[in-house]
Structures are given as structure tokens and as C-alpha cells.
Design a binder for this molecule. Structure first.
Ligand code: AMP
Length: 248
């Protein structure tokens, strides 16, 4: 018989697969803090809008399963769309959020909050791990667990970047070499904006011709982040840097 201590913590890392170093960093953070680590892999149709890239979202479950195993994950949970949204599904979590991704992708956070609450109820983790790259997602989920008395702690894990500064993202695989070079303007501009008197204006000025969807300051608890989104070719990228405080 397996004995489980009272202090036994279950960690959950919700993902949409196509794993990269950012996902692995979340898995490692969960491994370091929790006795059991569950990673969910579900490309959640509810968080994609009409203009979004659900159809071409990269999928490679076999590779993902090897990566999760190498990172010491105990369970890779891969539900089907029918299991998550069975016929007759009719309950949605609508966290109030404004600016940034909330305005740029209407309905996105409704899909995120709904699937995350479902995953929390299925897996029943003590702690759920999310990347700082999606900082507004962390803000939305913290609001949800607070408002709805969900007993899950939301941890933020720093953004993992390539050596040249581009934040790792499953969508980077869509970038051509030339687009990838242009995409570098996003982290560089945020870096330039972070110390400026007017971070938004300084970031806009340093975008090197990249047309942003938005550049905004975002408050998450005590932390202030400088966030931006831009399309490079047909690929939509988001990124942010901390201006003040800590997300953790
Ligand atoms: P996704 O599979 O893209 O939905 O992302 C799953 C989780 O990984 C989310 O919590 C993301 O914030 C996180 N994540 C994505 N990219 C990165 C990154 N470059 N560094 C750290 N975490 C990341």
C-alpha cells in the first residue's frame, strides 16, 4: 500500500502541448514543489476566436509524452474535446478583465477560465503552475480562484527565452527565418521600455517597424508589467517584462 503524507502536494501544469523549454520549466517548478505532478494537454477550442489559429495549432503528442516523462511528470492527462465539453455543456466562467488580451481576443479568457476551473475540479491540485509570458492569464485565474473560493494556489514561473531574447512559444514554429529576425524587435523593445520614464511610448518607438496590437502597462497584484502583442506575418506573438514588483 502507498502511504501519502498529509503534506503531499499535487501540482498541475495546464498546457496545450507542443512542448518547449517554457513548458519544461513549469514541469520542473511543479516537480520541485509537489510530490505528484500532473500535466494536462488539451488544445482548448473555447479559447480560440474566429480569427485565431486553432486548426494550425502545432500538435505532437508522442514527442510531448517523451518530454514530460524526461521532466519527471507523473501523469500526462490528455482529455478529448467531448470529455471536456460534452453535449449539452452550458456553464461558462466569465472573469471581468480589461485591456491587453481581454480586448484583443474577446472570449479568450472565458475559454481559459472555464477549462482551468474544469481541470482544477478534475485533477484537484493544491498548486497550479503558469508562465509569466501569459501574465494577464495569471491575473484572471487569481481573480477566479479568489472570487469563487477555489482552493488552488496559482504560481507564476518566469518566461523562458531563446539565447537571442525571443520568448519561447509553440507558435514560433510558424515563423520563417526572416520573420523570426523581425520578431526579435518585440523583446528588445520591451527591454528598452522597461527602464524608460514612459515605458509604453519607449516600447512603441523601439519596435523597429513592427506594428503592435497593443502596448500596455498591466497590474497584477503588486507587480506592474509592460505587455505587448504584435503580428509577425500571420503569427501572433505576445510578450511582457516586469517593470515593478514580483509576480510570484
Ligand atoms: P500553452 O501550452 O502555450 O497554453 O502554455 C502552457 C503554459 O506554459 C502557460 O502557463 C504558459 O504561460 C506557459 N508558457 C508558455 N510559454 C512560456 C515561456 N516561454 N516561458 C514560461 N512559460 C511559458
Amino acid at each position: 500500500m502507498q502511504q501519502v503524507a498529509l503534506s503531499h502536494k499535487v501540482g498541475l501544469v495546464p498546457t496545450m502541448g507542443a512542448f518547449h523549454g517554457g513548458h519544461v520549466s513549469l514541469m520542473r517548478a511543479a516537480r520541485a514543489e509537489c510530490e505528484s505532478v500532473v500535466v494536462s494537454l488539451f488544445v482548448n477550442p473555447a479559447q480560440f476566436g474566429e480569427r485565431d489559429d486553432l486548426e494550425r495549432y502545432p500538435r505532437n503528442e508522442e514527442r510531448d509524452s517523451r518530454i514530460a516523462e524526461d521532466a519527471g511528470v507523473d501523469v500526462l492527462f490528455v482529455p478529448s474535446a467531448d470529455e471536456i465539453y460534452p453535449e449539452g455543456f452550458g456553464t461558462w466562467i466569465d472573469v471581468s478583465a480589461a485591456g491587453g488580451e481581454a480586448d484583443a481576443r474577446p472570449g479568450h479568457f472565458r475559454g481559459v477560465a472555464t477549462v482551468c476551473l474544469k481541470l482544477f475540479n478534475i485533477v484537484r491540485p493544491d498548486i497550479a503552475f503558469f508562465g509569466q509570458k501569459d501574465a494577464q492569464q495569471i491575473a484572471v485565474l487569481r481573480q477566479m480562484v479568489h472570487d469563487l473560493n477555489v482552493g488552488v494556489a496559482i504560481r507564476a514561473v518566469p518566461t523562458v527565452r531563446d539565447a537571442d531574447g525571443l520568448a519561447l512559444s509553440s507558435r514560433n514554429t510558424h515563423l520563417s527565418d526572416e520573420e523570426r529576425r523581425r520578431a526579435l524587435a518585440l523583446p528588445r523593445a520591451l527591454d528598452a521600455g522597461r527602464e524608460a520614464d514612459d515605458p509604453v511610448a519607449a516600447t512603441r518607438a523601439a519596435l523597429n517597424g513592427l506594428e503592435p496590437e497593443y502596448v500596455e502597462l498591466l497590474r497584477v497584484g503588486d507587480a506592474t508589467l509592460l505587455t505587448a502583442a504584435a503580428r509577425v506575418g500571420s503569427t501572433r506573438l505576445i510578450d511582457n517584462v516586469l517593470v515593478k514588483g514580483e509576480l510570484a
